[in-house]
Structure formats: C-alpha cells, structure tokens
Write a protein that binds this ligand. Structure first.
Ligand code: GCU
Length: 137
C-alpha cells in the first residue's frame, strides 16, 4: 500500500510559520506553531480508498512538556494526539493516530490545545490499514 503524505510547510497554516533552523526535517522546512491554543496545520491527504488509516505525524519538541494536538478529519469528531518532548528541536520522532478517511481529498487539521502551541511539525503520512499479511503458500 503506497504511503500518502504532505509536508507541513506545504499544508494550510493558521497561526504558525515555516522555518528551517533545526536540522533533520524532511522537505524544505517545518511548521513552528505559534505558542497559542488554536494554532493549526491542516493537511490535505488524497486517499485512493476509503477506510481506516494510520496517520503518522513527524515532529520535534525540544521542551519537556507535552504539546497535545486535537486532530479532526473534515471537521468531524476530534481526537487528542500527544506530542511529548523529543529531547531536542533537532530530534524528530513520530506519533501515530488512527482515523477513517474517505476516498479523495481529506482535510486533516491538527490544532494546538495548550498555550504552548503544537510541536514543530514536519509532515503527515497516511497509510491504509489493510488486513494482516498472509504467508505465501
Ligand atoms: C524555540 C524553537 C522553535 C520552537 C519554539 C517553541 O523557539 O527554536 O523552533 O517552535 O521554541 O517553543 O514552540
């Protein structure tokens, strides 16, 4: 199953800026959320097939305080995804959530829920959660 992804710097950004001063990001940079609740990055992921997907957010958080983010698909019900400290702003890790996507474009909005804002956001990757692999005979 091919991965679908979008770089945060190419997503729609509200109250955040694209920066590139902390190495290790993919693409041309990352999004530094403003340090305010409500700042968001809205990715567009165009799925080949509808169904449950793993949404993997690549991020860095150089603080020791979690920066939880509320994730919605097309404005639907929200789930909170935790983004704990990664040890340094140049140390990038991933967190994965599950969500149902429809075939075609899906707007996946990741909104900061605390006054610290979100973590530095590198990219979002979506993979269709298929049935488990079976062994060839
Ligand atoms: C530092 C860091 C930024 C980060 C910010 C924050 O300024 O250099 O990349 O976004 O802290 O706390 O959000």
């Amino acid at each position: 199953v091919p991965a679908l992804e979008q770089e945060a710097e190419n997503a729609s950004i509200s109250q955040g800026v694209v920066e590139s001063n902390h190495a290790g990001f993919s693409g041309t940079g990352f999004v530094n959320y403003n340090n305010v609740a409500g700042s968001y990055v809205e990715y567009t992921i165009t799925a080949d097939q509808g169904g449950e997907h793993d949404l993997t957010f690549r991020y860095a958080n150089g603080t020791t305080t979690d920066r939880p983010v509320s994730v919605t698909v097309d404005g639907g019900s929200a789930q909170t995804v935790s983004f704990p400290g990664t040890g340094a702003w140049t140390t990038w890790q991933t967190r994965t959530a599950k969500a149902t996507l429809k075939a075609g474009p899906n707007k996946i909005r990741a909104t900061a829920t605390t006054a610290n804002g979100g973590p530095n956001a590198d990219k979002l990757t979506a993979v269709l959660a298929g049935p488990p692999d079976t062994e060839a005979p």
